[in-house]
Design a protein around this ligand. Structure first.
Ligand code: PLP
Length: 438
């Protein structure tokens, strides 16, 4: 029998949709990790989201710990976000002109994030990092970009080198289709390694436009910068006239009301930052921003071109602005509480079942590595028992908990995870831990 058989019988409607999808879409999915390749089984086709719950095409309800990979910080179908969306949509869904919500969303971002003087709105995190890099190259007149192994910045050609997230899940070294010359302009370093950083700058510092880093990594599981590492990035880039770009697409507006920047004394000031996910409230909206003198180089004021038909879309900006306006202290306190409760329970269940594991947090973002010992970089993250994770994942799925279908992704909670939803997760953990033990 094939490994997918048990799940197919659990989810016949999803299996039928997958068969239809595969005929017209590669792998049947529009983003690779959704396909369940590393855990096996049938990806669930969802038909509804409400608060902390998702319902699939077979009518099975799950407590959601993916949250659309980050955006759904208030839970699904939040009433205030829906009202803002209906209100905006009823007045027209895209103008191709400036409109007030774009200004209000930019003001909200600038007000929350100290290092951001100016911001430009785009439609995806990929566009944000791609544009930030173009701007850094335009500002410095230099070609090279430094990134860290296991960090994912979207599917920008030059950043698909030793990338995390789906690239890690599928165990691809790099993507086909990225020309060698382009990959050669990206220097990949191990995360949290100051010596490697200093060595690469000593050798090629006058050619390096920027260092781009996930502010706290979430795409190889959660790996925070070691104390002093971000400070070292700031010092070394400044010494060599390169820019520091921190990617807060995942951490922004989630780790704190600002992001990783602004969380418990994290105060290194980058030159440019990128945002996405939460700031779109479940719609395609993202941004890059930073120092006014760097942002001044963007068209139409400056020579670095960047544009988008749907950039600043009135419905997306309404959803994002309303989401941010609802992200108050009570939301962050709830995220923290839910994240601590779930991660502590997962850890005790795995410990009781004798499964080697390690939980790492970046504020309320957390992930469970199926290995012992601290994870500081991509080599550590890859050194885990992904088969044990697969068994754990499927046991949780059968018990009605939807985890990210990969050992390299973090678990996203929302402020809508009430005590009943959390209890369903806690109830599912012991059997899943036993399944992981094999
Ligand atoms: N940067 C980071 C840190 C991300 O986590 C992601 C997506 O997961 C991206 C960039 C790319 O964003 P998008 O998927 O919206 O293109």
């Amino acid at each position: 029998s094939t490994p997918t058989a048990p799940s197919d019988t659990d989810a016949p409607a999803s299996a039928a949709l997958l068969a239809r999808a595969r005929a017209v879409t590669p792998g049947g999915v529009n983003s690779p990790v959704r396909a369940f390749r590393s855990v096996g089984g049938t990806p669930r086709f969802m038909v509804r989201g409400a608060g902390p719950y998702l319902t699939d095409a077979d009518g099975t309800e799950y407590v959601d710990l993916v949250g659309s990979w980050g955006p759904m910080i208030l839970g699904h179908a939040h009433p205030a976000v829906l009202d803002a969306v209906y209100d905006a949509a009823s007045r027209g869904t895209s103008f191709g002109t400036p409109s007030e919500n774009e200004v209000a969303l930019a003001e909200e971002i600038v007000a929350r994030i100290g290092p951001v003087d100016q911001v430009r709105l785009v439609s995806s995190g990929t566009e944000a990092t791609m544009s930030a890099i173009r701007l850094a190259r335009g500002f410095t007149g230099r070609p090279l970009v430094v990134k860290f192994a296991g960090h994912y910045h979207g599917h920008v050609d030059s950043l698909l080198v030793a990338a995390g997230s789906g690239v890690a899940t599928l165990a691809l070294p790099d993507s086909a289709g990225v020309p060698a010359q382009m990959a050669a302009e990206t220097l990949v370093l191990p995360f949290n390694d100051v010596e490697a950083l200093e060595a690469v700058f000593a050798a090629r510092g006058d050619q390096i436009a920027c260092v781009i880093t996930e502010a706290a990594a979430g795409n190889m599981g959660v790996v925070t910068p070691q104390p002093g590492f971000t400070e070292a990035l700031r010092r070394v880039t400044a010494e060599h006239g390169a820019l520091l770009v921190t990617d807060e697409v995942m951490t922004g507006f989630r780790c704190s009301r600002a992001g990783w920047w602004g969380y418990e004394g994290v105060d290194v000031t980058p030159d440019l930052m990128t945002f996405g996910k939460v700031m779109g409230g479940g719609f395609p909206a993202a941004a890059f921003g930073g120092r006014a003198d760097v942002m001044a180089l963007l068209a139409p004021d400056g020579p670095v071109y960047q544009a988008g038909t749907l950039s600043g879309n009135p419905v997306a900006t309404a959803a994002g602005l309303t989401t941010l306006q609802h992200c108050d202290d009570a939301v962050y306190a709830r995220l923290d509480e839910v994240s601590r409760t779930i991660s502590a329970a997962a850890s005790s269940a795995l410990a009781a079942a004798g499964v080697p594991h390690r939980v790492q947090h970046a504020s309320s973002m957390f992930s469970v590595f199926f290995r012992e010992g601290e994870v500081r970089d991509y080599d550590d993250a890859r050194d885990q028992d992904t088969a044990a994770f697969g068994r754990f994942f499927h046991a949780m799925l059968s018990a009605g908990v939807y985890l990210p279908p990969s050992a390299f992704e973090c678990w996203f909670v929302s402020a809508a995870h009430d005590d009943a939803a959390v209890q369903r997760i806690l109830d599912a953990l012991p059997a899943a831990a036993a399944a992981a033990a094999g």
